[in-house]
Design a protein around this ligand. Structure first.
Ligand code: ADP
Ligand code: MG
Length: 296
């Protein structure tokens, strides 16, 4: 994919970890050569670029948190027993996502995207491997404890919106806050304004277009300020223009609020907005790429 490097290279650009190999090569007289000077220039230019990226990252929401892993998937494997036979639909999925990151999981239908998202969000349990979500090893938690972690830290956006049809747009955003003991009305109104629906708060879902309903669902998902937001094909039921709007909105909220975003999509154009793309095929990772700095 143009403009992307492998995750290994992308991660090696983190401050403090880079260029150990080159540094070692430059030590000692044996390493001196007429080509030394330009090489040092190139190395210091890279160091300066890293320092600038570091300063830029620290200035964004999330700050230092960005260097900490918020989501770790370790050898995640999920098998189903069907007709007496075991079918492995996800195999050995391993990756680490930094806080504030924007990851797209992509791949053809049936490749295991929704299964992976359910495991990462603690909705489902792996056959083997484990998920560490913001320091919690989900495999060691009871169902109730996992539910508490989800309530505290996780937001969801589904393909089919999942709004409550008997509640207005504002109430759909407000009710989850009320369930947590907050009044939530002011925050619900602010969020609806943020997603461009300030004047539609009193409308019921059936009175809104698909794109508008999904924007309400995005407002609801962000309402309790989750550290991490999972979205499963959030544009799958939208036309291209509305889909692009919703993904742009998710990207803005990721940048403004520092909310880590994990988005499933089979649309490569939408995936291209993410800083990191993990591509699945037949339950295995076939590509794990970090966007080049210039495309962010
Ligand atoms: P995607 O979201 O990429 O379309 P899924 O994660 O939904 O893919 O499904 C991956 C594979 O796992 C598919 O072959 C699907 O049929 C299978 N699968 C999903 N859920 C179950 C289940 N509960 N029982 C058996 N097979 C399942
Ligand atoms: Mg799916």
């Amino acid at each position: 994919m143009a403009g992307r490097s492998s995750a290994g290279r992308g991660r090696a650009e983190a401050p403090g970890t880079a260029d150990a190999g080159e540094g070692v090569a430059a030590i000692g007289p044996a390493a001196r050569s007429p080509r030394q000077a330009p090489r040092e220039d190139a190395t210091s230019a890279r160091a300066a670029a890293r320092a600038a990226r570091f300063a830029d990252m620290m200035a964004r929401p999330g700050g230092l948190d960005r260097f900490m892993s918020i989501l770790r998937s370790e050898s995640l494997t999920r098998a189903y027993v069907s007709g007496g036979r075991e079918i492995t639909v996800l195999r050995d999925i391993t990756f680490d996502l930094e806080a504030g990151g924007f990851l797209a999981i992509t791949g053809p239908s049936g490749s295991g995207k929704s299964t992976l998202l359910g495991l990462l969000a603690g909705l489902d349990r792996p056959t083997r491997g484990r998920v560490v979500l913001d320091g919690h090893d989900l495999s060691t938690l009871t169902e109730d404890a996992r539910a508490r972690v989800r309530t505290a830290k996780v937001g969801f956006v589904f393909q089919s919106f999942h709004l409550v049809p008997t509640l207005t747009a504002r109430e759909n955003v407000q009710v989850p806050l009320e369930l947590r003991g907050e009044d939530g009305r002011t925050r619900a109104e602010e969020l609806l304004q943020r997603v461009g629906l300030a004047d539609r708060g009193h409308h019921y879902p059936a009175q809104l277009s698909g794109g508008e309903q999904q924007r309400v669902a995005v407002a609801r998902a962000f309402a309790h300020r989750p550290k991490i937001l999972f979205a499963d094909e959030p544009t799958g039921n939208l036309d291209a223009a509305n889909g692009a709007n919703v993904v742009a909105l998710l990207g803005e909220l990721n940048r403004e609020l520092g909310t880590t975003l994990v988005l499933v999509t089979h649309d490569p154009d939408l995936a291209a907005r993410a800083r990191r793309v993990v591509r699945l095929r037949d339950g295995v990772v076939v590509e794990d790429a970090v966007a080049a700095e210039a495309t962010r």
